[in-house]
Design a binder for this molecule. Structure first.
Ligand code: 13P
Length: 259
């Protein structure tokens, strides 16, 4: 059984003071999340403050990206060991905003996945098609290319320590989520590829999150899809009550699936 995983991607939101307040409200609202794993990914500048607030509690810390080298002359970049030192256990890799705005290539993202694994971080490799690609019937081609390139040269053990996020670009920040059927189909396709790249057994253990306009109102029907193992939440992770509601719904779906 794959325990549901809910990751809050705060993107470029939150001063340290705001991040402290949000992390405190989420922590206090989710004292003992049962049957669900929760990760918060604040901006780099707030990681230390949020780490202090989460302490040794059940909510985990993640970063929104990392460089692929452990150190070096890379102005403005942050290396995986720096994140691990702050208590990060997770890192998002290849979010569509970084692919588009920063121009991160599949080749560089593959190096980042490897670097994260090498430094004990769990990478969440993000894939997803644009609206034009979906219109042209290229959804599977696009996500397959991103997945194969992102995981190139990584063996079954590494793949087993990785998570995926299917985030259709047209659903991000638009209020228009993929339907559970659309997302379920893409997730099933990705899991089939994981079977080929690693093994059927490993593919069954890898969590594949859905991201793109996840809200308290749609979280349960999305996560109830058998192939959807949780959510990568952007906008709705910025207010504690909504994010907590999503986590609770994910936990309920996970518990129901076990019965
Ligand atoms: P929204 O939830 O704001 O659509 O963002 C999704 C996302 O990009 C999470 O990484």
């Amino acid at each position: 059984m794959r325990a549901p995983l809910v990751v809050g991607n705060w993107k470029m939101h939150g001063t340290v003071a705001e991040a402290r307040a949000l992390a405190t409200a989420i922590r206090d609202g989710l004292k003992r999340p049962r049957g669900v794993e929760v990760v918060l990914c604040p901006p780099f500048t707030a990681l230390a403050a949020v780490a202090e607030i989460l302490g040794a509690g059940p909510i985990q810390l993640g970063a929104q990206t990392c460089h692929h080298e452990a150190q070096g002359a890379h102005t403005g970049e942050i290396a995986p060991p720096m994140l691990a030192e702050l208590g990060c256990r997770w890192v998002l890799v290849g979010h569509s905003e970084r692919r588009k705005e920063i121009g991160e290539s599949d080749e560089v993202l593959n190096l980042k996945v490897k670097a994260a694994l090498a430094h004990g971080l769990t990478p969440v490799l993000c894939v997803g098609e644009t609206a034009a690609e979906r219109r042209q019937g290229l959804t599977f081609t696009t996500v397959e290319g991103q997945l194969r390139a992102g995981l190139a040269g990584i063996g079954p053990d590494g793949i087993a320590r990785t998570a995926l996020a299917y985030e259709p670009v047209w659903a991000i920040g638009t209020g228009v989520n993929a339907t559970p059927a659309q997302a379920g189909e893409a997730h099933g396709y990705l899991r089939g590829l994981l079977s080929e790249l690693a093994s059927k057994e490993v593919a069954q253990t890898v969590r594949i999150l859905y991201g793109g306009s996840v809200k308290p109102e749609n979280a349960d029907t999305l996560i109830a899809e058998p192939e959807i193992d949780g959510a990568l939440v952007g906008g709705a992770s910025l207010a504690a009550p909504g994010f907590i509601a999503i986590v609770r719904k994910a936990a309920r779906v996970g518990a129901a699936a076990k019965e």
